[in-house]
Design a protein around this ligand. Sequence first.
Ligand code: GLN
Length: 455
Amino acid sequence: ISVEEFVAKTLDRISQVESKVHAFISVDNTGALAKAKEIDKKIKAKEKTGILFGMPIAIKDNICTAGLKTTCASKILENFVSPYDATVISRLKSQDAIIIGKANLDEFAMGSTTEHSYFGPSKNPWNTDYVPGGSSGGSGVAVSAKECLASLGSDTGGSVRSPASFCSVVGLKPTYGLISRYGLVSYSNSIEQVGPMARTVEDIGLVLNIISGHDPHDDTTVNNPPVDYVKDIKTGISGKKIGIISQMIGQGVDKQVESATKRAISKLESLGAQCIPISLDAIQHSVAAYYTIASAEASSNLARYDNLRYGFDFGTEGYEFKAYVAKVRSNFGPEVTRRMLLGAFVLSAGYYGKYYLKAQKVRAMIKSQLDHAFKQVDFLISPTMPILPFKIGEKIDDPLKMYLTDINTITANLSGIPAISVPFEISTEGLPIGMQLFANSFEEKKLLQAAYALQ
Ligand code: GLN
């Protein structure tokens, strides 16, 4: 079939399932079909097409796309249209991928369930009463419900891997510095990365080949020689050493998740890997450190939404300054407000040393314990999420409970190392369980080979 027919079929599928799962904030019917026609023309004229030609890709709505709205699922940016493409978007476009729509998320990527979206929650395609994970819930749902072939999310503390695990798809949080953040709306810029989601590890490699690499617009990207992440993906893991992170199995872990982890370990052993327990005791402080650092950076990053540079009109005439600021900023949702207050507090004079600085010390401890671990093993393994997907609304009123669900994912963000979630089993209730593998910084090639073996 032609690319246009394929894209039209994808758009049909989206219109059939969206009322059930709500993966998208906006779908670009016109743009997607126009791009498809352009590719068909190229094919007819025997011109060279890009590597991702005709591949419908959903984009988390905190990644800037020229001409389309980028809302961050916030009322504050409800009508914001970016004047430029994020680097990841221009790279996808240059390889003839089709940007099919903008995917739902927790407001400004703050959350673990996609319930904190101004546009309403996304639903888990495996059971629509359940959360799909988050914050890149829409990106996970869109891939799982076959509304696209791949998607991009952003992962600050697990936002790609949590929905990958809960929706039974593959999701990668790359090494900090591997992928450009230019055009990603900042939440906590010192720890977050854009990450691909897809139904297979191979597709993750395919997208990674295109979006990774140095970008002069983002000085935190490294200038490493290019790597082909798909080539040799079937190498296997025979002879590799894998560390089982003791702090991530056992206490607080759902029984079915725990037994699935044991089966994952047996599978890796049967493929020739050697698994040994590894203790990383700094992890006991990781949730506290993560929420301190992420909130501190959020409070600074979100200061720009002042209704001057970004915002929307309301009759501003006659407001005294403080009342004006209060009125503008009352448009953030409760979770974002909570993070900004917490962030301003931990950075304030008198408390900076007590909280923020301590959190940075924990971050350094985690990194040094990981450096030590990677002298002994090639990979680390844990369940991606300690619990099964839960019902929509179940934890929404208990932020602390919600924060604790991130315990297994945030280690990779605080230390910068790559981590991938692969679908592993389905629970007795029919809910997905994902496994997480970690590798040392910039070892994505090796990591994808291990994930390929485990999937
Ligand atoms: N759940 C975490 C948070 O709310 C992670 C979010 C993310 O990775 N963007 O901060």
